[in-house]
Design a protein around this ligand. Sequence first.
Ligand code: PLP
Length: 427
Amino acid sequence: MSIDALELWALDQDAADPLASLREAFEIPVGADGRQWAYFCGNSLGLQPRAARDAVLAELDQWRTVAVEGHFRGKLPWMDYHAFVRDDLALVTGARPVEVVAMNSLTANLHLLMASFYRPTRQRPAILIEAGAFPSDRHAVESQVRFHGFDPATDLIELEADEPAGTISDAAIAEAIARHGERLALVLMPGVQYRTGQVFDIAAITAQAHAAGAIAGFDLAHAFGNLDLRLHDDGPDFAVWCHYKYGNAGPGAVGGAFVHERHADTDRPRLAGWWGHDPATRFLMGPDFVPTRGADGWQLSNPPVLALAPLRASLALFRQAGMDRLRAKSLALTGWLAQRIGEDLGDVLDIVTPLVPHRRGAQLSLRVRAGRDAGRALFEHLMAQGVIGDWREPDVIRIAPAPLYNRYTDALRFLDAVAAWRDQTAR
Ligand SMILES: *Cc1c(COP(=O)(O)O)cnc(C)c1O
């Protein structure tokens, strides 16, 4: 297609997009040239929902005007603030309301849930993760292995990538779980790998882990708000995530946790706090811990209201969109971008992310063929054009069209900017 035909096509797609109006619900940063950014960093920090500011200001006003009474008064009494996001969290993650809670941060939640679900024994001490896991996850599991007196050299098993692009095949995962099965206490995998954008099969990995007698846990940092998750049906024992990436709840937003309903009344050990205590008797202030049923029972502290307010505002947009419609738009938009890159920019960029729909989310990880220095130059060029992605050493640019606010015309700006850089450097 000619450039003009492509632009007309992209404009048509945006005009026909049933979710197009949701873009108006976001603050889109504007560059020095007065143009809105083409923002592809929603996998790192999602854009601000317009309603977030009012949601925070409302709670500041409540604090200013009624102080401690804010715990009981108004439309959203602070005592129950964590509960006001529960139904929407369940919707976004395909969970039952009893299975999800917003609390703490991702890594803290990972430790809390491992305290209950990683119970190593001499016969079964090991954790299986992917090699190249996000550093915080690796630090967390390694320190847990040590904390229990075991040795990461033998009891932290890291599964290497076996596919040419640096991704891991389903067969390699199944084989590793089967081979180490008798020694595995926990299999901990991502929903979406942060560097490659690969999607992992939560249902299959869970079934394999359970067949081996191990617990199945997932880090959904890059999956929450990106994939159409089905956590209850897929059946993992626990999952954790953050809300500042595709969740659009702001920098350092409160994290999330899932505990499958089969553990709702568990007597597993846990690291407890007063907000996990049954609310019916919490304020009798007795010494003995009686856990709330379900994920709420892992809470430690009273909810951070000012930090939860933007999450409430953001989740309302996910409810409005519907995860099935969001995922459908994401598959089409990222699929189109990948196809154009393959056909028009294959001399500049290699796509690392698997392209079959069930193995990718919104993000494309793009290896710059000319290497690191040229890659940095291309990245700087894109930023200067208001095309915002991020850089992962040594030679990868990540571009994540977020279906809540990105358009086909944004994707076209990326394509045009890369082509212009190629033509300029060739001259
Ligand atoms: C973003 C991300 C984190 C960040 O952890 P925090 O505790 O929120 O700082 C951890 N793990 C993965 C896989 C991530 O993508």
